[in-house]
Write a protein that binds this ligand. Sequence first.
Ligand code: C2G
Length: 129
Amino acid sequence: MKKVLTYGTFDLLHKGHIRILKRAKELGDYLIVAVSTDEFNALKGKKAYYSYKERKEILESIKYVDLVIPESTWEQKIKDVIKYDVDTFVMGDDWKGKFDFLKDYCEVIYLDRTEGISTTKIKEDLKVV
Ligand code: C2G
C-alpha cells in the first residue's frame, strides 16, 4: 500500500484544499493529512476560524483522506514519515524546496497551487466594508 502524507492548516476549506488532497491521493492508496493544531498555527502566525477539532472533523469527512493526525511542530515530519511508513510527501508549490530534506526518507512532490483562492482571500472578500 502506497502511503502519501501532507500537512496544512486547511481552514475555511476551499477548492484549493480539495484539489491538492485529491491529487495527493491519486499518488498512492492511503492519504494521511497532518493538520496544524491551534498552538502550531499561532507559531505560523495564523489564527484559524475553525478550531483544530473542527478542522480535523471536516478533513476526516473528505473521501480522499484516510487518516488525520495533528501537526504541532515544524520538526515532526521526519518522525511522521518513518512512523507511518510514508512513500510520498506532498505539498503545494508555495513550499517548493522547503522540505527537500525529506528526500532522504521518501519521495517529495510539490503540486501546483490552485490560483485565485485562499483562506485569506475568502476572509478579505467576506469583510463587510
Ligand atoms: N493550497 C493549494 N492551493 C491554494 C491554497 C492552498 O494547493 N489555493 C495547498 C497549500 O499549498 C498546502 C495545502 O493546500 O499544501 C494547505 O494549505 P494551508 O492550509 O494554507 O497550509 P499552510 O499554512 O501552507 O501549512 O508544515 C507545513 C504547514 O503546515 C503548511
